[in-house]
Design a protein around this ligand. Sequence first.
Ligand code: V47
Ligand code: SF4
Length: 713
Amino acid sequence: MTNIDNICSSLLRGERLSAGDALVLWREAPLWLLGELACVAKRRVSGNKVYYNRNFHIEPTNQCAFSCRFCSYRRSADSPEMWDHTPEEIEEEVRSRAGSGAGEVHIVGGAHPDRGVEYLAEIIRRVRKAMPQATVKAFTAVELHYAINKSGMTVPEGLKMLRQAGLDAIPGGGAEIFDEEIRRRICPEKCSADEWLAIHAEAHKMGIRTNATMLYGHIESIEQRIDHLVRLREQQDATGGFDAFVPLKYRSSGNALGEVAGEVPVTDDLRTLAMSRLILDNIPHIKAYWVMYGKRIAEMALAFGADDIDGTIDDSTKIYSMAGAEEQHPTLTLSEIERMAANAGLQAVERDTFYNEIEPGNGMNANSETNGPRTTQRPVHKPVQRPASKSKNKNPKTVSQGCLLTLKHLCCIAAVLALLFVVVYFSMQWGTRHGSRRTVPDFIGMTFDGAVRAAGENGLEVEVSDSLYVSGYAGGIVLEQLPEGGVEVKPGRTIYVTINAFNQKIVKIPYVAERTLRQAKSMLEAAGIEIAYIEYVNDIAHNYVLAEYYNGMPVTPESNVEGAIGTGVTLRVGMDENNRTASVPKLVGLPLPRAKSLLWENGLNVDNVTYEAGVSRAERSNARVWFQSLDYGRRVGLGSKVSLKLTTDDEKIASSSSSSESMVVSIREEQEREEAIRRMVADSVARAEAELRDAEGEDSVDDFFYNGDNFFM
Ligand code: V47
Ligand code: SF4
């Protein structure tokens, strides 16, 4: 039997797919086979049903504190395309849809830079008031994380407030790709993968059901998609609160990432849907979000493991149309939904947010395109079962036999666990009491194989936690280790090492001239290239990149220059003669990539970057800025350089952060005073000039000058 045969047999027996086998299947199995396997898995959960609901979206604002490279939706506060609806306007919009029969209001927008969780709660309260029969599925974990932090609350406090306001469920957006390196390149500012997962875990703990997404098809690898799905599966094992998984195909129009990433073919969409169904054996539903795929691919998705196509939408979302999706006014009628299901040999079933089925005629008539309101079940905290065990047995005799069996099983499991506990406890006692501690060898400078051997001889394990490219060292040499050599540890302990990469990854340097500085920065960051230096020159193309250089050579559309990831380009940028200053942003508390990004965005340069003594290379990714050489809030010349110091000491960062907050107040006052003086002087000069002109001036205005205190001739 081939490897693929073995994997298929194991899947058909209902066994869990390992990450390694998933990779083999993803890379090697023919598309038809993935479709077959995914359909078997789908039928175990939802038979021949395809779920849909009647819903519409509310997108409160397209302003956002972040600037994800794949986002075509965000607009800055001064853009004519920006919108920012008040809670009153949102209430009005929901009321205008009261007769639509919608059972769910889906609310997702940008993370408003100035608003905290109270604003989100107010929106929810108003939506509930305007449409009490609908469930409110609102705000991605990214929006929640930002707003809750802004309000200075903990996640449980923030979620509690929103639940009291009427939050029923949380949509799956913001997960993007969990891999830290890709996340840093496509959405460096938004909450981390761990923070995203922690918000969903907390919601599940409180009984709030949620969905999960994955943004795929940009610069991530298949391994990184598998890692994302496996992390979701692990979380679901632990908390059980995900109802549906929604793979989101990256659409490349109108965003910076589109310059370096295209869109994947439909076959990749179908493989991703099928593999999601196979890996996520504990998330009941896979949603083919038709707005993003388009209706045709969504229909095909039903033959590749999807059992849900989201809802009617009613032309209420812009996120995808702005990113180039085919549906510019997305609306799906009930007859279209039925036809799509029938074409795939399935039956369309209306559901509520929590996948409770809505009987035809129970407030909903599948033949009518719009219907009056109906009752929607409120959320219940139901633990998610593995799909294989989902079928319900209604024969009472069999149910009681089943219970007895389960009781017996439970007793056995308890006995085995107790035995295990005793064995582990006593072996730990033995291990520590008998002084069998091990001294960690110093691996630095060894090859990785050498380190593994030395560790094995000492009863220890070695794992690579990171790899860097440091020129002058051979590939595979250990550069850092944690814990350090000489430390005493228990036997079996894993020592994490950073090794020197064999090759420095080379990428094409994007051509960014003729772009705004902000666009150029996004394109470079998406490619993994930094801005080594911004040089300002007077030019009418204010804030536009006039020229780009890599290693002193001009980058042009034809030059096809390549460079190592992490290296930088010099940008020549146009500056308005009369506006040569920039305001220094607050950098304290930020990780280095975000701090650099903010400096470039504001037209400033990064000078020396140093880490506090004791911060090892392995710990650097956790370090944050505690010192910036130019004060937050100060106005300085465009292109000024800012040095940064980083630490992992949270207390130091917190105290530096609060002193920079208080400093900014006095800087602003000082600047206001200076501005007032400048205005006074300018007024006096203008008055003096006018008086001179009035006095038929024998003397010319040009003969006067001002030394800061008095006028002289
Ligand atoms: O987080 C943004 C994605 C998400 C692009 O829970 C893009 O049922 C592709 O949360 N190309 C928001 N995707 C949407 C969302 C959602 C949508 C449908 C159903 C559910 C659910 C949730 O949209 C963002 C981001 O991952 N996104 N830009 C783009 N250019
Ligand atoms: Fe903001 Fe969401 Fe767009 Fe990112 S994807 S910039 S978080 S609106």
